[in-house]
Ligand binder design. Structure first.
Ligand SMILES: Cc1cc2nc3c(=O)[nH]c(=O)nc-3n(C[C@H](O)[C@H](O)[C@H](O)COP(=O)(O)OP(=O)(O)OC[C@H]3O[C@@H](n4cnc5c(N)ncnc54)[C@H](O)[C@@H]3O)c2cc1C
Length: 502
C-alpha cells in the first residue's frame, strides 16, 4: 500500500487546484475521481460533432493580472492551453431594455445614468459603495497580517465588508434608486449565484459582479475540459497521481480523531497524512467518514442548512451559425420580466414562460467547437429537484422533452428561426446534476449563498476531524470556477500547514 502526503477526493476545479499547489510544493498527492474525466460540473462533452460546455459560460480572472491566471502561469498550466478573451460580457434583454454590457463598471454606470436619469444620485451611491467594498476587500485579502488580527481590526479597517456581509442584495442597492427596472438590471447576475436579490448575500454577489461585469472574462480554446486536462497533466508531471473511475466510499479515521486514508468502491485502500474532499460537504461529513458519532453530529447541524437551487440545461447543435438566427454576441442574458423573485419562483414551478435564461454560443469564439458553418448553443436556467427526483422513467423523459420544447418556444421569439435549425438537442435536469457530480438534490452551487451562509458565515474548510479539509462550492468562499480555485488553493495551504506540523 502506497502512502501519500495528501489524498484529494474529486477532480472538480477545487480538487485540482488543491492537488496542483500541493504537487508543485513537492508533496505526493493522489486524486481519486468518480468520473472518467476531470472538471466535475464544469466539464465539456462532444455529441455528433458538436462540443458543448456542460455548465460553464465564461470564467473570470483568467486574463493577465488575475490571481487564477497568475497561478496557472506559475504552475505551467497556461503553456498547455489557449485563453480567448471576451470583448464584452454580452447582450442583456429585459421587456423594455436590450443592451450590451462591457467588462468595466464605467460603461455600465453611464448606461444606467442615461437610461434612468431620475435615479442618477442613487446609481452614483451604488457605484461609490461597491468601490469602497472592493478596496477594503482587496486590502483584506492581500494585507500580510495574521487572519485573527484582520478579523479583530475589521470594525475599524473593513466596515464596508462587515456591512455588506449583513445585507441581502435587495437591501444593499440604495433606496434612492426608485425605478424597479434599474434595481433589477443591477441585480441581473443573481442567476450566477442562484438566489434572487431578496435572499442573496450582497457580499458574494459583489464578488461575482466584479468578476463578470467589472473585469475581463475568458473562454478556453477547445472547451473548458482542456483547462482541467492541462491541470491533470501538470499534477502528473509534478510526480503526483490522478486516478479516474474511482469512487471514494469511506474516509478512514483513527477512532474519529484523525483522517488516515480512504477506501474506494473497488475495495482499494490508500493511506495519507491529510485528506482534502472536493466531494459535496453533506456526503463527505455524513456518509464518507467512518466515525458514527461525528456523522450524527454533522447530520444534525447540516440538516438546517439551505442547499442551493438546481438547474436545467439545454444543449443545441444548430445547422447554421447562431448569428444567422440573431445571436449577435457569445452570451445572451434573457429576462422575461423585471421581478427576479418571480422569475426564480417560475423556474422552481417549472413555468419557463416567466423565467430568466443565460444562453451561450461558444462557437463565436472558437468555431472549431462545431462542424463548419454550424454552432453549439448551451442554455441554463434553474429548476427544483422536487419536480424531477421521483418521476418514473417515462414521466421523466416526457417532462424533459416538454421542458426543452417550452424553452425553445420562448427562445424562438428572440431568435427567430431557431427551432427549424436545431440538428441536435440534449438536456440535463436536476437529476442529471445529482447523478453526474454527486450533488445532493442537484444543488449546483453548494450551500445557498444566503446572508447566514456567506462571507464569514460560509461553511468552514476545516472539519471536526484532524487532517480532513473541504474544498469546493459547498465551502468557503463559494461557487464559480474562480471561487472554487481559491477554495482549493486555501485547502492546500491548510494541508501544507498540517504536513509541516506533522
Ligand atoms: C449550469 C451551471 C452553470 C455555471 N456557469 C458558470 C460560469 O459560467 N462560470 C463559472 O465560473 N462558474 C459557473 N458555474 C459554477 C461552477 O461550475 C461550479 O461552482 C464549480 O465548477 C464547482 O466546482 P467544485 O470544485 O465545487 O467541484 P464539482 O464540479 O462539484 O466536482 C466535484 C467532483 O468530485 C467528484 N466526486 C464527488 N464525490 C466523489 C467520491 N465519493 N469519489 C470520487 N469522486 C467524487 C465528482 O465526480 C466531481 O467530479 C456553473 C454551474 C452550473 C451547474
Amino acid at each position: 500500500m502506497t502512502d501519500y502526503d495528501c489524498i484529494v477526493i474529486g477532480a472538480g476545479m477545487a480538487g485540482l487546484s488543491s492537488a496542483l499547489k500541493l504537487s508543485a510544493n513537492g508533496k505526493k498527492v493522489l486524486v481519486l475521481e468518480k468520473q472518467p474525466v476531470a472538471g466535475g460540473v464544469g466539464t465539456s462533452f462532444k455529441r455528433k460533432g458538436f462540443t458543448f460546455e456542460s455548465s460553464l459560460h465564461f470564467v473570470d480572472d483568467l486574463m493577465p493580472g488575475g490571481e487564477v491566471r497568475e497561478a496557472f502561469d506559475k504552475y505551467g498550466v497556461s503553456e498547455k492551453i489557449e485563453y480567448i478573451k471576451l470583448n464584452e460580457f454580452g447582450r442583456v434583454i429585459y421587456p423594455d431594455h436590450d443592451f450590451v454590457v462591457g467588462n468595466d463598471f464605467e460603461s455600465l454606470k453611464s448606461w444606467l445614468n442615461d437610461n434612468f436619469p431620475q435615479d442618477k444620485v442613487g446609481i452614483g451611491e451604488f457605484f461609490h459603495s461597491i468601490a469602497k467594498f472592493y478596496k477594503q476587500f482587496d486590502h483584506f485579502m492581500h494585507a500580510k497580517i495574521p487572519l485573527w488580527l484582520k478579523l479583530a481590526l475589521s470594525p475599524l479597517v473593513y466596515p464596508s465588508i462587515i456591512k455588506t456581509s449583513c445585507l441581502t442584495l435587495e437591501q444593499f442597492i440604495p433606496k434612492k434608486i426608485k425605478d424597479k427596472r434599474a434595481r433589477s438590471i443591477i441585480g441581473t447576475l443573481w442567476g450566477f449565484v442562484g438566489l434572487p436579490p431578496s435572499e442573496l448575500s450582497a457580499f458574494y454577489f459583489l464578488i461575482v459582479l466584479r468578476g463578470c461585469w467589472g473585469r475581463d472574462t475568458a473562454y478556453i480554446k477547445g472547451g473548458f475540459s482542456r483547462l482541467f486536462s492541462a491541470m491533470v497533466e501538470r499534477i502528473r508531471e509534478y510526480g503526483s497521481e490522478v486516478k479516474f473511475n474511482a469512487i471514494v466510499t469511506q474516509i478512514i479515521t483513527e477512532n474519529g480523531g484523525k483522517a488516515t486514508g480512504v477506501r474506494t468502491d473497488k475495495g482499494e485502500k490508500f493511506r495519507a497524512k491529510v485528506i482534502i474532499s472536493n466531494a459535496n460537504a453533506i456526503d463527505t461529513l455524513t456518509k464518507l467518514i467512518d466515525s458514527d458519532p461525528i456523522k450524527v453530529e454533522y447530520a444534525k447541524s447540516l440538516s438546517s442548512m439551505q442547499k442551493s437551487v438546481s438547474a436545467f440545461t439545454l444543449y443545441l447543435g444548430l445547422n447554421v451559425s447562431a448569428k444567422e438566427v440573431g445571436m449577435r454576441y457569445p452570451l445572451l442574458s434573457l429576462n422575461l420580466g423585471y421581478d427576479h423573485d418571480e422569475a426564480f419562483k417560475a423556474c422552481l414551478d417549472g413555468d419557463y414562460s416567466r423565467a430568466s435564461f443565460a444562453l451561450v454560443d461558444h462557437t463565436q469564439l472558437d468555431p472549431g467547437l462545431a462542424p463548419q458553418g454550424k454552432s453549439s448553443l448551451c442554455l441554463m436556467t434553474f429548476a427544483d429537484y422536487a419536480l424531477w427526483g421521483n418521476l418514473s422513467a417515462e414521466e421523466y423523459a416526457k417532462r424533459k422533452l416538454e421542458t426543452a420544447e417550452a424553452i425553445v418556444a420562448v427562445l424562438e421569439k428572440y431568435l427567430p428561426g431557431l427551432s427549424k435549425h436545431i440538428e441536435y438537442m440534449e438536456a440535463a435536469t436536476p437529476k442529471t446534476m445529482a447523478r453526474y457530480a454527486m450533488l445532493p438534490e442537484g444543488a449546483v452551487y453548494g450551500f445557498a449563498q444566503t446572508v447566514g451562509q456567506s462571507s464569514i458565515n460560509r461553511f468552514p474548510q476545516k472539519t471536526k476531524i484532524k487532517g480532513l479539509f473541504l474544498a469546493g462550492a459547498w465551502t468557503s468562499p463559494g461557487c464559480g470556477i474562480h471561487g472554487c480555485f481559491v477554495s482549493g488553493d486555501e485547502a492546500a495551504d491548510l494541508a501544507l500547514r498540517q504536513l509541516r506540523k506533522a
